[in-house]
Write a protein that binds this ligand. Structure first.
Ligand SMILES: [Zn+2]
Length: 258
């Protein structure tokens, strides 16, 4: 009898342990190597960065949802939508911070056109095809057209816009066409320098295209929440690097526990 109770106890304990391990991280990502992380101040070590990570930084945080060429969407995620002044849907989580950021910009004379918010996988596929076809039409070979399309348009199930947490903003004075030269506009510079106070990061940085696999986009901002945006901005990171740091911290903690 005692033996049976003991067996039951062990069984129960092992079930608890397994469910505990599963609860630790439900999200798995394909991430850059920790050694590939490059903070803007290169005297800061990875250990220091990990030490400084906000406690709330978690791989499972839905605001840190990572979508890129290495982490594809299988389906359109559920998103509670709100709509921009020109009818573009986006995630309600960034409605208030976006309004606050635009109001602060307006106070210093900058106004923005809301170019693009949420895009479904099907809409992104259409965008990709259209851009590819327009290069073919201009006379480029299929290989060249694909290469050029890949520089700016994410393949259908790898667009961050499908999270609803990304927004393309252009200064009203600049219009509606996405040109990299937008980076020199004071309105672009104001956003690049201030967006983190409102929880947004400039997502595709110059000099990090080897990691993001998307060219520098001075108009594309991603909402991650203030605490994370402050850290990411302060250290000149991209989201892939930030999540790789979180994962490294978690891995080290697991090693310490064992
Ligand atoms: Zn964008």
């Amino acid at each position: 009898m005692k033996n049976k109770i003991f067996t039951l106890f062990v069984l129960l304990l092992s079930i608890l342990c397994v469910s505990n391990i599963q609860a630790q991280s439900e999200t798995t990502y394909q991430l850059p190597d920790v050694d590939a992380i490059r903070p803007s101040d290169d005297s800061i070590t990875i250990d220091q960065l990990i030490e400084e990570l906000p406690e709330s930084a978690s791989i499972d945080n839905p605001l840190l949802f990572l979508v890129n060429r290495d982490n594809l969407l299988e389906y359109d995620p559920y998103i509670p939508f709100v709509y921009s002044e020109n009818g573009q849907p986006y995630h309600e989580a960034m409605a208030a911070p976006l309004a606050e950021m635009r109001a602060a910009a307006a106070e210093v004379g900058y106004y923005y056109n809301f170019i693009s918010g949420y895009r479904s996988i099907a809409e992104q596929a259409f965008n990709y095809e259209s851009r590819f076809n327009s290069y073919l039409y201009e006379g480029y070979s299929e290989a060249d057209a694909q290469y050029m399309t890949d520089q700016y348009v994410a393949p259908s199930n790898s667009s961050e816009h499908t999270t609803g947490l990304a927004v393309d903003l252009l200064g009203a004075e600049f219009g509606y066409e996405l040109y990299v030269s937008y980076q020199y506009e004071p309105s672009a510079q104001w956003l690049a320098e201030n967006a983190h106070h409102y929880g947004f990061i400039l997502r595709y940085l110059e000099g990090k295209t080897d990691i993001t696999k998307i060219n520098f986009e001075p108009w594309h901002f991603r909402y991650v929440g203030v605490e994370h945006a402050e850290f990411i901005h302060k250290h000149g990171l991209v989201l892939e690097e930030y999540i790789a740091l979180i994962q490294e911290r978690d891995n080290r903690q697991k090693l310490n526990q064992n």
